[in-house]
Design a protein. Structure first.
Length: 111
């Protein structure tokens, strides 16, 4: 893996950390994580999709959603596979699977 690839992975991990913090705050206020259907956008603006958050912070939980280092949207699933949620990037190619810079990166991957 070259330096650019490593930097991209580090950027994704930093974004994951910020999103995890926002998700924890959302859960404290609303007693659950946003659903897959509500997506990460539910951290920016109050979702009208059930279950509608009852205690949504008026300023939201993050200012905006960043794209992953390759310019794609971060993926979100709740419940996740064996976890309460999953946040992941599909890598440089934007397609599930792959190796090197095309490999998927999950918030739960070993660092």
């Amino acid at each position: 893996m070259d330096n650019l690839d490593k930097a991209n992975v580090q950027k994704a991990r930093a974004d994951f950390s910020s999103l995890q913090t926002a998700l924890k705050l959302y859960r404290i206020d609303n007693f659950n994580y946003p659903t897959t259907e509500q997506g990460l956008e539910a951290l920016v603006t109050k979702s009208s999709i059930a279950p509608v958050p009852r205690n949504f912070k008026s300023s939201g939980y993050i200012d905006n959603l960043n794209k992953d280092p390759w310019g794609n949207d971060y993926q979100y699933m709740s419940p996740g596979e064996g976890k309460e949620y999953d946040i992941y990037s599909l890598g440089a190619d934007g397609v599930s699977g792959g190796e090197g810079q095309n490999a998927d990166i999950s918030v739960w991957d070993q660092q």
